[in-house]
Design a binder for this molecule. Structure first.
Ligand code: PMV
Length: 351
């Protein structure tokens, strides 16, 4: 096969990856646990063309074949081209003929300017579509490994649906050996999507691109005096979150995920130089979520490297949470998502 289209979803971490021992290959200092989403997706068509030529990467304006195309931001374009080259080099080590160039068209289903982390879904979809275009069908560990090597560590979780754990290198978890800590640093599914019908109601308070990329945040994280304290308490927190997810216990999970997100931002704000992702409306949403809880609704906030707030709640509570968040001053839009099944091969391609 020389052309393949794959869509993959974003994921929201309950315990966040923040800080690396190897930025380029996204080797995390700590384990993380996430939920893969359903509707916030990236769809990507990749064609592998034998022989020399110039590789191209474009963004599609809509989902239909023949959609008009725009140039991607230069930083994304370069990261994507580097990753495709990396995949070619890897394919050659697997005795595949990978001498050629690429044509890529990709699109996010969620608002491009929403400041939502799109690198996880984007690089998971790009990795899997490129493998398909090369005619390779890697096993689950290898998919996660290749997605991680894009440099977007959270992409290693987006190759699975449902609830996903990504341990740090050398972690003695199931399926991981010590032989090669880099090659075994992969995510695994904790439970499939139908294990627990959780919703993610996203309050968009920021519509432009965020000021500091997560790669810079990872780079600076260990300069915070609070970084080491978080690392020390994370093993116990990961155990507690894993247990809560497996037991479908939102009242145990919620306080842990909220605390972990606040600590990520505490580290960001105290890094050198400091990073302030929150906007005034971020705090207003956090207060509204506390009010919802005081009113008997089990809803819990988490934020990635940005100002937007993801509110995790039972699917049955999502209507009420979304209606309440829409009333908060400074919330531009409320997106509704829920746990999802993970990547899928799509029949319809962009070209
Ligand atoms: O995968 P990256 O390099 O975009 O980093 C992800 C960082 C967070 O979204 C803040 C946390 C996480 O684990 O998803």
């Amino acid at each position: 096969m020389s052309k393949s289209t794959v869509s993959a979803s974003a994921n929201i971490a309950f315990i966040k990856y923040w800080g690396t021992t190897d930025l380029e290959r996204a080797l995390p200092c700590n384990g993380s646990i996430s939920m893969t989403l359903s509707t916030c997706r990236s769809r990507c068509t990749v064609e592998f063309i034998a022989g020399t030529g110039v590789s191209t990467i474009h963004l599609a304006d809509d989902d239909k074949p023949g959609s008009s195309l725009t140039e991607p931001p230069p930083r994304f374009r370069q990261r994507a081209l580097d990753h495709l080259q990396r995949l070619q080099a890897w394919a050659q080590t697997q005795q595949h003929d990978a001498d050629g160039h690429w044509r890529v068209v990709t699109r996010n289903s969620f608002p491009a300017a929403a400041g939502l982390a799109s690198s996880a879904s984007g690089f998971a979809a790009l990795t899997l579509a490129a493998c398909g275009a090369l005619g390779i069908d890697p096993d689950a560990d290898t998919r996660s490994l290749l997605a991680r090597r894009s440099g977007s560590g959270s992409a290693s979780r987006s190759v699975f649906g449902g609830f996903v754990e990504w341990p740090p290198p050398g972690w003695p978890g199931p399926g991981l050996g010590d032989a090669d800590a880099e090659a075994t640093c992969v995510a695994r599914q904790l439970a499939p999507a139908d294990h627990w019908d959780l919703a993610d109601v996203i309050a968009l308070v920021e519509t432009g691109p965020k000021a500091v990329a997560s790669l810079d945040g990872h780079r600076r994280a260990s300069s915070s005096p609070h970084f080491a304290a978080r690392q020390a308490l994370l093993p116990a927190r990961l155990d507690a979150v894993r247990t809560a997810v497996l037991a479908r216990d939102l009242d145990r999970l919620g306080p842990l995920l909220e605390q972990d997100a606040i600590e990520l931002h505490l580290i960001a704000m105290s890094s050198q130089p400091p990073i302030f992702y929150w906007q005034p409306a971020t705090l207003a949403v956090l207060a509204t979520v506390r009010d919802l809880r005081a009113d008997g609704c089990s809803a819990w906030s988490t934020m990635d490297a940005g100002a937007n707030v993801h509110v995790i709640c039972a699917a049955d509570d999502a209507d009420r949470v979304a209606a309440t968040l829409a009333q908060v001053d400074g919330v531009h839009q409320v997106l509704r998502d829920r746990v999802g099944d993970g990547p899928r091969v799509e029949a319809e391609s962009f070209f």
